[in-house]
Ligand binder design. Structure first.
Ligand code: ZN
Length: 406
């Protein structure tokens, strides 16, 4: 049995855990465990909010969620003998929910508290709970649907160097200052409120809480990449920035669609992850790698039938944009949501489904002026009814469930 080097207790609050958690990036956050290169070990993680979201039918917890607390990460783990310039090689051996806690959630955040990719269309908080049965997910809030998840960590990364941290904070502040009152904000700047920095105490802790970067965007250290291919069997090569690498992980997902469009868009869970680490000495230098690369995993849920929706760079008011892939993907998502509504789902249910299920998003053509063409592919076998167009028209199902709170 693989040894657990960091455990969590889901009945305790995030700041009461035996192994102190952290929710910011900073080189001075001390390691809580250490391993040797070549070692395999297990790490347990709270869900990304630190247990703020409950298994019930009321989205009030989503409406009032404290997003300054996210993401709670387990670690850092010191990988002994690692130095800046090395590559840290991380194999993902396996991932799962904590025993006795086989459930997760997908949410839409309220526009004024987090928002989402489609926040103009879905401004209210909504929540769906999923139950896990082995690799499968079903939901009392999403009747007619069952699919197998691609479990992965939403966040995994190494500590930044002091210099890298300063670069992040500078460039994000410059963007933020171009429109400081925007909702949602253009960037999440360092914020000591609700910051948790592991076992640091007193003056050191206060300084680190002020300086440390938020974990919201992915950056050169990895971080919140939300790449659903980081599943069991994949391998990630992280450029190392500080002594002992200081690897952290959290925000475990049971499943996620490409794009994670509802922001809290994966199936979020508390769980465990088994990792094996190794070092390529001065590998980042030798290959001139400034950010992680990864090897995708072999095993993947196998779907052969997809219904594919297209998007172009034209907004809902028929305004033409120039080669705007985000706008194009937005329209592909909205087209799919509108189609699913014809069977009886609400827009929020459809949005949550596209966030959580193994849908595939792609850029198809980025040369055909003025429209970037993107696609959103939904595996049709996840539905227990026929979703394809026919002479009969869409069947009306009793699947509508109210997931929102205002
Ligand atoms: Zn997540």
């Amino acid at each position: 049995m693989t040894k657990t080097i960091i455990s969590v207790d889901i009945n305790k609050k995030a700041h009461e855990q035996t192994f102190p958690l952290h929710n910011r990036w900073h080189p001075d956050i001390p390691a809580v465990a250490s391993v040797e290169p070549g070692e395999t070990f297990r790490i347990e993680c709270l869900d990304w909010t630190g247990g703020q979201v409950k298994n019930n039918d009321d989205a009030t917890d989503i409406k009032i969620v404290d997003l300054k607390q996210v993401h709670y990460l387990s670690g850092p783990v010191a990988v002994r003998g690692t130095e800046p310039g090395d590559l840290l090689v991380v194999d993902i051996i396996d991932i799962g929910p904590l025993a006795g806690n086989e459930w997760g959630y997908t949410c839409i955040f309220a526009k004024e508290n987090g928002g989402s990719f489609l926040t103009d269309h879905f401004p209210y908080a909504a929540k769906a709970i999923w139950d896990f049965d082995g690799v499968y997910a079903t939901s009392r809030h999403m009747p007619g649907i069952r699919f197998s998840g691609i479990a992965h960590p939403g966040v995994m990364g190494v500590a930044p160097s002091r210099e890298l941290l300063q670069r992040w904070n500078r460039r994000e502040a410059e963007l933020f200052q171009t429109d400081p009152n925007r909702v949602p904000p253009l960037a999440y700047l360092p914020d000591p409120q609700s910051a948790v920095v592991g076992k640091l105490k007193c003056a050191d802790a206060e300084r680190v809480m002020r300086e440390a970067s938020r974990t919201v965007p992915p950056r050169e250290n990895g971080g919140n990449t939300d790449i659903n291919s980081f599943t069991r069997g994949s391998r990630i090569y992280f450029p190392v920035h500080v002594k002992d690498a200081l690897l952290s992980v959290g925000d475990l997902h049971f499943s996620e669609g490409d794009g994670e469009i509802s922001f809290c868009g994966a199936i979020e869970m508390a769980g465990w992850i088994e990792l094996k680490v190794d070092i390529i000495k001065q590998g980042a230098k030798k290959y001139n790698l400034a950010q992680p690369v990864y090897k995708s995993a072999e095993p993947k849920p196998k779907y052969s039938n997809y219904m594919v929706f297209e998007g172009f760079s034209v907004d809902e008011q028929d305004k033409q944009y120039y080669m705007d892939a985000s706008m194009s993907f937005r329209r592909a998502c909205l087209n799919a949501i509108d189609y699913l509504k014809q069977f009886g789902y609400t827009g929020e249910q459809a949005c949550i489904l596209l966030s959580a299920a193994p849908v595939e998003g792609n850029i198809k053509a980025i040369v055909d002026i003025p429209n970037a063409c993107t696609s959103l592919a939904i595996p049709t076998d996840i539905f227990n009814f026929d979703i394809w167009p026919s002479d009969k028209g869409p069947i009306k199902l009793d699947v509508q469930r109210k997931l929102t709170v205002k």
